[in-house]
Structures are given as structure tokens and as C-alpha cells.
Design a protein around this ligand. Structure first.
Ligand SMILES: [Fe+2]
Length: 283
């Protein structure tokens, strides 16, 4: 899972690095957050094609996905791009996708936080709704299957559980570390991996939670690593000092890097076995 791609420097380093990372680690699935790819704000068709062309299987997003109105039709047309699932009904696009790759079934879910952000629908209950759309049980009680160490049911072959059928991965695009950790524990034992995005600053807290879910509060970002969250630091400094919301621009100079996390998942149990942070510089 790769953190938010920021502007042209982010796209360029992603194209340079992602194919090699996939090959080097024999990665089965690559998820990339692309919400800042179009000059720092949103996505457009060309940016989406470049991210998919670099090797992403699914492109997740966040609050900036709505910046380019001309891109909205692609949220409906291109199923490999997601917008947070907990935006209210009526918005274009989808917030989750099931896909098969190399004999493994995946469920990728994109959610967005509400603390210090737009008060959209609840990410916790939205997750439950998605799970319930996949099976008929109660998402608060893990279904009777052997996934995540649960006792196998006699009819496990027909078990409707999410994890009998798919490895689930969640991109939680959120500002609040408290909300991110809370959702992490809520999802523990329910999904294979939850990674936070949005802050653009990689956290050093990657771990496997007690019930087997891989977790990191923030993947970091893909772009100029010595700007301010990938943006021009002079403009950001002026914003902070003067408290005027000058339009930010992507950092044009500096050292680009790809940041994210590599997760080893057990396809049978659904558990995360091992996580490793990625911070890969140009060259
Ligand atoms: Fe972002």
C-alpha cells in the first residue's frame, strides 16, 4: 500500500519505483492512494492512467477526490478507482471493490475519517454495511469460520464470512490519529490490513494488532520528501505564519520518495504476518 501521490514529482517517482518494488517483493496486489496526484489536488484521467500504468491494482482517494469535477464520471466508469465509501448516497463512484488476482480474492475498502474533517457518514457503520452486503450475518460478531482463529463451523465450506472469501484491505483517509487507531482496533480480526492516509507523514507504528489485522496510522506520501507534506514549503510557511489560506502548490524541487507499507498476509487465515515500512528514494 502506497501513500498519497502528490503532483508530478509523486507521479514520476511512483513510475520509477513502483514496478521495481512490486517485482523485488513479489507483491500480489498494489494499492496506491492518488488523491493528490493532479498538481496536489484530486485526480484526472491522465494521472489515473499513470498510476495504474505504474502497477497499481486499485487507486484509493480521500477528501480531495472531488476537486476536479471533470473527473467525477471516471468514478463511475473506472472501477479500479475508489472514493471514500462513507460519503452520503447520491455521490458518484464507489467506495469498495472485490477483485480476483492470482487465485486470491480481495476486498478493498476506502473510508474517510470525520474528526477535523467533513462530517460525512460514520466510517464504522459504513464498514458494517459493506460487510453486510457481502454476507448475511452480523458484522459485530465475527462469523463462524476459521479465519482469524475462530472455531471452524461444520459448514465452513458455505460460510458467508468475509474472510472465507477474500482478503480485506482498508485505506482509512483521516486526520485524527485517535480516530485511526480506534478504527484499527474496531477492524482488528475483521480485515487483513488497515492503513491510514491523508497526513502525508509516515508513522513508525506499523504492527499486527492482537486479532491479526495489520495496521499503520499513516503510510506517508509519494512526492517531494523535504517540502511540507509534499507542497511548497515557502507557501506553507506563509500560511502558517500569516494565517491566510494561500493556495498551496506542489514542491517543485527536493528529494522525491515513495512511502508506504509492504504487508505479508496469510491467504488462509486472513491474518497479517509481517509489515514493513517502505521509504524509497530516487536513484
Ligand atoms: Fe492526501
Amino acid at each position: 500500500m502506497i501513500g498519497d501521490v502528490v503532483g508530478e514529482p509523486g507521479l514520476a517517482i511512483l513510475e520509477q519505483k513502483l514496478p521495481g518494488l512490486i517485482a523485488e517483493h513479489n507483491a500480489d496486489l498494489a494499492l496506491v492512494n492518488g488523491e493528490n496526484a493532479a498538481a496536489g489536488f484530486g485526480l484526472n484521467e491522465e494521472c489515473l492512467r499513470r498510476i495504474l500504468g505504474a502497477g497499481a491494482d486499485v487507486v484509493t482517494t480521500g477528501n480531495h477526490v472531488w476537486e476536479k469535477r471533470e473527473f467525477w464520471p471516471f468514478l463511475d466508469k473506472e472501477e479500479r478507482v475508489l472514493r471514500p465509501a462513507n460519503y452520503p448516497q447520491g455521490n458518484p463512484g464507489r467506495g469498495w471493490i472485490r477483485l480476483e488476482k492470482a487465485g486470491v480474492s480481495y476486498l478493498v475498502i476506502n473510508l474517510q475519517g470525520r474528526e477535523y474533517m467533513t462530517p460525512i457518514d460514520c466510517p464504522f457503520t459504513t464498514f458494517n454495511s459493506i460487510v453486510e452486503s457481502q454476507w448475511t450475518g452480523n458484522s459485530d460478531r465475527h462469523p463462524p469460520c476459521s479465519a482469524f482463529g475462530n472455531t471452524p463451523a461444520p459448514d465452513e465450506g458455505n460460510c458467508p464470512a468475509l474472510f472465507c472469501r477474500a482478503l480485506a484491505l482498508v485505506d482509512f483517509h483521516a486526520e485524527s490519529t485517535r480516530e485511526k487507531e480506534a478504527l484499527g482496533y474496531y477492524l482488528d480480526g475483521k480485515v487483513s490490513m488497515m492503513a491510514g492516509t491523508h497526513t502525508h507523514v509516515q508513522t513508525a507504528d506499523e504492527r499486527v494488532l492482537p486479532k491479526g489485522t495489520g495496521y499503520i496510522t499513516d503510510l506517508g506520501m509519494t512526492g517531494i520528501s523535504n517540502g511540507v507534506i509534499g507542497m511548497d514549503k515557502t507557501i506553507c510557511l506563509d500560511r502558517a505564519r500569516n494565517q491566510v489560506l494561500y493556495r498551496m502548490e506542489c514542491a517543485a524541487e527536493g528529494t522525491p520518495a515513495v512511502e508506504g507499507v509492504l504487508a505479508e498476509l496469510d491467504r488462509d487465515s486472513g491474518r497479517a504476518l509481517n509489515l514493513r515500512r517502505i521509504r524509497s528514494f530516487a536513484g
